[in-house]
Design a protein around this ligand. Structure first.
Ligand code: HEM
Ligand SMILES: *[C@@H]1O[C@H](CO)[C@@H](O)[C@H](O)[C@H]1NC(C)=O
Ligand SMILES: *[C@@H]1O[C@H](CO)[C@@H](O)[C@H](O)[C@H]1NC(C)=O
Ligand SMILES: *[C@@H]1O[C@H](CO)[C@@H](O)[C@H](O)[C@H]1NC(C)=O
Ligand SMILES: *[C@@H]1O[C@H](CO)[C@@H](O)[C@H](O)[C@H]1NC(C)=O
Ligand SMILES: *[C@@H]1O[C@H](CO)[C@@H](O)[C@H](O)[C@H]1NC(C)=O
Length: 357
């Protein structure tokens, strides 16, 4: 029985199987208001702080790249112990939008208890954020189930870093079955939102840990932009330095193709952004999107849907979490379906999850 259960859940991780199982309108009969309730929660948050749209778009990306789109990024406790994805420097302190997901979850729980997964809410919220900032609409195939493992190490290992070269970026996305073009398309999300100093400060200051920090201008930055960033970010910047700047200073809350126009001007904020115009293959794609915003928006919507399918758990795998921050209590996991999910977790992960069961 246990072996069959493991086999059933291993099947869920095969890309082809997972693809067949997500579907647009998944909640049409079980929770017809689900998508509208999420949209309302996102719109309310956006009205109060437009930056949250960027936060929610990134939240979906960081969820999908670490153990698949399973809301593992939301967990504050890993059942197997240890730090969670949220504790990774890639997420802490910069990742935001958790409260919006909680508000959306509260609304759907009230309307249809135990029905809508946190992973689907994250995917819907990203789509709604793209709608609010970019007037782009698309349908989100749903039916993702929530994972039960979240580790800091997985986040460290799987999320691309702002210091990556073009070939490292390509490899990171290829590992998630995303193409070079998908990578360039999705990087256009950096037309909204902000970054803390720590992610780019090494481009404008050298010898930062010494008593004699030196002003520098990274080869990919314009001198004037570098001077601005240096004035903003002290040489002694750390992960905790609470200073941020817009990724696209002109229109930080508008999802346009300005990102691709900034790159050739030496205004890509991260080393990784600038790499897209340094590498010949990606540079050609960048020029195409700089020249045609409609083209980029179409491709962006399609690539978000593709990203949303990464290693999803469906059917009997995983669970529908009741509280997005924590896995369901074992007492409510005593159905056959939940046992199947629990049994499979150690097989799929590297951490000692089994200890908690
Ligand atoms: C290509 C590799 C990528 C790298 C290296 C990267 C890196 C980063 C970094 C370092 C930040 C700022 C974090 C901080 O505050 O320190 C950031 C912000 C952001 N990223 Fe990416 N990113 C990548 C791809 C993506 C993708 C695929 C998306 C979504 C589709 C995305 C969406 C965003 C958004 C919206 C923000 C702003 C977040 C906010 O304002 O809260 N990024 N990214
Ligand atoms: C590639 O993806 C797998 C999961 O499919 C993950 O375990 C591994 O850490 C990833 N490697 C990199 C370099 O992202
Ligand atoms: C960093 O400090 C070392 C030793 O003081 C010096 O030789 C080097 O030129 C400095 N680097 C830069 C970029 O100024
Ligand atoms: C960092 O440098 C700034 C000046 O650039 C200074 O005001 C601040 O006290 C320094 N912080 C730390 C923790 O050394
Ligand atoms: C821009 O892209 C759109 C969508 O693919 C296409 O229909 C349109 O012809 C392109 N415009 C130009 C000027 O190439
Ligand atoms: C969800 O769980 C967290 C952590 O235990 C708790 O602080 C929060 O109040 C819970 N939320 C709801 C809506 O019960």
């Amino acid at each position: 029985m246990a072996l069959l259960a493991v086999a059933a859940c291993v099947l869920c991780f095969l890309p082809g199987m997972a693809r067949a199982q997500l579907r647009v309108g998944f909640y049409d009969t079980t929770c017809p208001n689900a998508e509208a309730l999420v949209r309302q929660a996102v719109a309310a948050a956006f009205a109060n702080d437009a930056g949250l749209a960027a936060g929610l778009i990134r939240l979906h990306f960081h969820d999908c790249f670490v153990r698949g789109c399973d809301a593992s990024v939301l967990l504050t406790v890993n059942p197997g112990g240890g730090d969670t994805e949220r504790d990774s420097p890639a997420n802490n302190p910069s990742l935001r939008g958790f409260d919006v997901i909680d508000a959306a979850k509260a609304a759907v729980e009230q309307s249809c208890p135990g029905t809508v997964s946190c992973a689907d809410i994250v995917a819907f919220a990203a789509r709604d954020s793209i709608g609010l900032t970019g007037s782009v609409s698309y349908q989100v195939p749903a039916g993702r189930r929530d994972g039960k493992v979240s580790t800091k190490q997985d986040a460290n290992d799987n999320l691309p870093r702002p210091t990556f070269t073009a070939s490292q970026l390509v490899a990171s996305f290829a590992n998630k079955s995303l193409t070079t073009e998908d990578m360039v398309v999705l990087s256009g999300a950096h037309t909204v939102g902000r970054s803390f100093c720590n992610s780019f400060v090494d481009r404008v200051w050298a010898n930062r840990s010494t008593t004699n920090p030196t002003p520098i201008v990274d080869a990919g930055l314009s001198a004037s932009y570098a001077a601005l960033l240096r004035a903003l970010c002290p040489a002694n910047t750390t992960q905790a330095t609470p200073i941020t700047t817009a990724l696209d200073p002109g229109t930080p809350n508008v999802l346009d193709n300005n990102y691709y126009k900034l790159l050739p001007r030496g205004m890509g904020l991260f080393v990784s952004d600038n790499q897209l115009r340094v590498d010949a293959t990606t540079a050609a794609i960048v020029s195409g999107f700089a020249a045609n915003e409609t083209l980029w928006k179409e491709k962006f919507a399609a690539a978000m849907v593709k990203m949303g399918r990464i290693q999803v758990q469906t059917g009997a795998c995983g669970e529908v979490r009741l509280n997005c921050s924590v896995v369901n209590p074992t007492s409510s996991s005593s159905t056959v379906v939940e046992l199947l999910g629990s049994t499979a977790a150690p097989a799929a992960g590297q951490e000692g999850v089994a200890a908690s069961y």
